[in-house]
Design a protein around this ligand. Structure first.
Ligand SMILES: Cc1cc2nc3c(=O)[nH]c(=O)nc-3n(C[C@H](O)[C@H](O)[C@H](O)COP(=O)(O)OP(=O)(O)OC[C@H]3O[C@@H](n4cnc5c(N)ncnc54)[C@H](O)[C@@H]3O)c2cc1C
Length: 395
C-alpha cells in the first residue's frame, strides 16, 4: 500500500494535464492506466478550434473553448520547458469552406451565430479562399476564416505530458483502476486485478478515463457520469515532394457533411472524422474511409497523390450536452474530469487549471461552474438549472 495526495485514473491528455498541474503545486501524485496514451487523445486531430466548432445552443462550451485557446501558448511553453519536448502548437488559423449552395447557406447562418457570440470570424468569397489556399478546388462557394483557431500535434502532446509528469515526480502505474471507498468517502484506488493488485491510498481521486469513466469499477451508482463512447474514424496522410499542399487547417461542409484536413506543416496531414453512435466498436470501415477521402478530395483535389499511412477509429467521451464534466461529485474526494467529447485537446489547459484550483481551495473557479458534473445528478436540480441557462443561451 502506498499513500498519495491525489490519484488520477487515466493517462490521456486530460488525466496527464491534471496530474502535471497537481504535481507542480507540490502534491504526491500517481496516475493509473493499463494502456497509457492510447485513447481518444492518440486518435485525435489536435485542432484547437472553438470558433469553427461553435454550435447553436453550446455558447457556454464555446466560451470555455475560447478561454482554453487563450491559455494554450502559455501551456505549451510551460510543457516544453518542463519536458524538453515541443508539442507542435501552430497558430495559422482555419478556413471553413462550402462545397455547394446549400452548404454556403449553412455557413451564412453559422457565421451570423459566430458573430452573435463575439467570435473572431469573417466571410471570404471563393476567390479570397483560393488566394489564401491555392490548392482548393475551383468550385468551392466561399468560406469562413477563423484566424484564431489553432492546432497541436496531439501525439507529441501526449509524449510531452508523459515526460513532464515523470520529471515532476508523478508515479505511473500501468494497470486498470478500481475506485476504493471507505466510510462514505473516496479512499484511493486499487490498481490491477487478481493476485497482482496494488492499493494506492489518497483523499482525492480524479477520474479522467475518457469514455470509460462511466464504466470505472467501484463507482457508486449515484456518481456514475453520463458519458458514452462516440466513434470517430480518422485518417493520416503524407504529402510527397511536389504535391499541392494547404498551409492552414481547411474544414469543409460537403453536401451537409463536415470534413477537415489538418496540415502539420511538415507534409503530414490528419483527415477526419466520422461521428458515429456505435458503442465501443472501433472497426475501421471501407465506407467511412471512402466517404472521408471522397469529401476531402472534392475540396483539395491534390490530396489524391498523398500517401495514406493510417486509418483508425477512436472513441470520444460524449456527454448529454456535449460539454465536459469537471468538478466535485456527491462522493467526497471524487472529482470528475471527463466528457470532453470533440474538444478534449483544446480544453486540456482549463481542465487542468480547474482541477488544480479544486484541490487547492475546495472549489472550481467561477468560469468552470457551468461544467459541474452534478448538473446531471438526480439531486442536482439547482446546478442543472444554472447550466441549462448558460448552455442554452444561443438564439
Ligand atoms: C477522431 C477524433 C478526432 C478528434 N479531434 C479532436 C480535435 O481536433 N481537437 C480536440 O480538442 N479534441 C479532439 N477529439 C476529442 C479528444 O480526443 C478527446 O476529447 C480527448 O482526447 C479526451 O481525453 P481523455 O484524456 O479524457 O480521454 P482518453 O484520451 O480516451 O484517455 C482515457 C484513458 O483512460 C484510460 N482508462 C480507461 N479505463 C480505465 C481504468 N479503469 N483504469 C485506468 N485507466 C483507464 C484509457 O486507457 C485511456 O488511456 C477527437 C477525438 C476523436 C476520436
Amino acid at each position: 500500500m502506498t499513500s498519495y495526495d491525489a490519484v488520477v485514473v487515466g493517462s490521456g491528455t486530460i488525466g496527464l494535464a491534471a496530474a502535471w498541474r497537481l504535481a507542480a503545486s507540490g502534491r504526491r501524485v500517481a496516475v493509473v492506466d493499463p494502456h497509457p496514451g492510447t485513447g481518444a487523445s492518440y486518435a485525435a486531430a489536435g485542432m484547437l478550434a472553438p470558433v469553427t466548432e461553435a454550435s447553436w445552443g453550446e455558447e457556454a462550451l464555446t466560451q470555455l473553448g475560447v478561454r482554453s485557446l487563450a491559455a494554450w501558448p502559455g501551456f505549451a511553453a510551460g510543457l516544453a520547458a518542463a519536458s524538453g519536448l515541443d508539442v507542435g502548437l501552430r497558430q495559422g488559423g482555419t478556413l471553413l469552406v462550402a462545397a455547394d449552395a446549400s452548404d454556403r447557406a449553412y455557413l451564412d447562418e453559422l457565421l451570423a451565430y459566430q458573430l452573435h457570440c463575439g467570435l473572431d470570424a469573417s466571410w471570404c468569397p471563393a476567390s479570397t479562399c483560393r488566394e489564401l489556399e491555392p490548392s482548393l478546388a475551383p468550385g468551392i462557394r466561399g468560406g469562413i476564416l477563423a484566424t484564431g483557431d489553432a492546432q497541436v500535434d496531439n501525439r507529441r502532446l501526449l509524449g510531452s505530458l508523459a515526460e513532464a509528469t515523470r520529471r515532476a515526480g508523478v508515479v505511473s502505474v500501468a494497470a486498470p483502476a478500481t475506485l476504493a471507498t471507505a466510510a462514505g468517502s473516496v479512499s484511493g484506488v486499487v490498481a490491477g486485478a487478481g493476485p497482482h493488485v496494488e492499493e494506492l491510498r489518497a483523499p482525492l481521486v480524479v477520474v479522467a478515463a475518457g469514455w470509460a469513466s462511466s464504466a470505472l469499477p467501484g463507482l457508486p451508482e449515484r456518481v456514475v457520469p453520463p458519458v458514452r463512447p462516440v466513434k470517430g474514424q480518422i485518417l493520416r496522410l503524407v504529402a510527397r515532394r511536389g504535391d499541392a499542399e494547404v498551409t492552414r487547417t481547411v474544414r469543409a461542409v460537403v453536401h451537409g457533411v463536415p470534413v477537415y484536413l489538418v496540415p502539420r506543416g511538415d507534409g503530414r496531414y490528419v483527415l477526419g472524422a466520422t461521428s458515429e453512435e456505435q458503442g465501443t466498436d472501433t472497426t475501421v470501415t471501407a465506407g467511412a474511409v471512402y466517404g472521408l477521402l471522397r469529401d476531402a478530395h472534392r475540396i483539395v483535389p491534390g490530396l489524391g497523390d498523398f500517401e495514406l499511412v493510417e486509418a483508425r477509429a477512436g472513441l470520444r467521451p460524449g456527454s448529454p450536452d456535449n460539454a465536459p464534466l469537471v468538478g466535485p461529485t456527491a462522493l467526497p474526494g471524487l472529482v470528475l474530469a471527463t466528457g470532453h467529447y470533440r474538444n478534449g485537446i483544446l480544453l486540456a489547459p482549463v481542465t487542468a487549471e480547474a482541477v488544480a484550483a479544486l484541490a487547492e481551495t475546495g472549489e472550481v473557479p467561477d468560469w468552470a461552474r457551468p461544467f459541474d458534473p452534478r448538473r446531471f445528478a438526480a439531486d442536482g436540480a439547482a446546478v442543472g438549472a444554472a447550466v441549462g441557462a448558460a448552455v442554452g443561451a444561443a438564439p
